[in-house]
Design a protein around this ligand. Sequence first.
Ligand code: ADP
Length: 405
Amino acid sequence: MTDRLVLVINCGSSSLKFALLGEADRTPVLSGLAERLGTAEGVLNWKAGDIREQVLIADGTHRSAMAELLPLITRFAQQPLAAVGHRIVHGGEHFTGASVIDDEVIQAIKDSSTLAPLHNPAQLTGINEAMRVFEDIPHIAIFDTAFHQSMPPHAYRYALPEYLYTEHSVRRYGFHGTSHRYVSRQASLLMGMEPGHGAWLTAHLGNGCSTCAVLDGRSLDTSMGLTPLEGLVMGTRSGDVDPNLHSHLARNLGWDLERIDNMLNRESGLLGLSGLSNDMRTLVAARADGHAGASLAIDVFCYRLARSLAGLAVALPRLDGLIFTGGIGENSPLVRELTVRHLALFGLAIDPAANATPPGNPARQIQAEHSPAILVIPTDEERQIAEECLALLDFTATQSAEQEA
Ligand code: ADP
């Protein structure tokens, strides 16, 4: 089989992240990040094998950044691209899986923009610019929300008046779907089960954090909701607070919506609690030096995480394993240890030696004897996106072959 190539693009309002992946390669052929777009200091850093380079994006536009990719792809790709995969944050209720991008899909992404006003418009820019540069190649959208479209109504509905759902799409959507899907599948492989099978609790802990209950490759519930603010304590996001907090702050402190929104999304979480940093590495080091704020932030983070996992457990008929992933989940033995300590009721316990992070940080089991499985699985959202693109291409090829037959 030829090793098909997929270019994966993740476009933010001021950034453009990309990776060129071969079907059979474990590491990307080429990857990079353009940052500070929208300013005069736009810059693109890329690497391919041992080669690393920086290119200035003089006019700081997404268009120029995307144009820089073309000669790079031509230089490092051994064959034409099979697809360009676009990570899209919000697909509303329109999408349950990967979709080839056409006018209808673009319109649906636009329609979902009220639900992700910061992300979807930037990602549409990425699609437009990529389609100009990489013509005549299928462009495929992969939605963070799609994996969670399998949630039942009792998990995705808020106890709010029905018209807010039917007329204004107010419901729980969930995010990080690509990562939850990837690590739960990897867990089934690691445990020698049928690929994609099993009953898992997953904790994706990066700058954004969410948990998910996955049964046989389907999300049954997750901690994020209408927006990625719901649920866990995150780097700068509060996670769950009393829904009356808004009115309390407005009435008593005279804060307007923008100020409250900013505080909950950018000044809270680990940063707000610690008064020090949103970065878990910094907090772990500060805790060891006796910093009380850092210590409290980590304690609240782990307790709330355990509480979320315990809550999601009701969605599953049994537990085949608890999975940690994301920068914190993969790299912090302390967070894993403190979190699992709160889950003794489930018989979960960690083996301290296995919990220490080994060189190369491979996927592995870290539970103590007699405990249900506890797994550390490095996530790979780009790989998952590439695989979903190729699976969709294979599916459409089979369908058209059947129609011709
Ligand atoms: P993003 O959500 O932006 O992709 P990552 O998944 O890279 O973020 O996770 C970033 C988080 O992982 C940061 O809080 C960082 O401090 C944390 N992290 C990375 N390495 C370690 C480590 N060795 N110990 C504790 N936390 C770590």
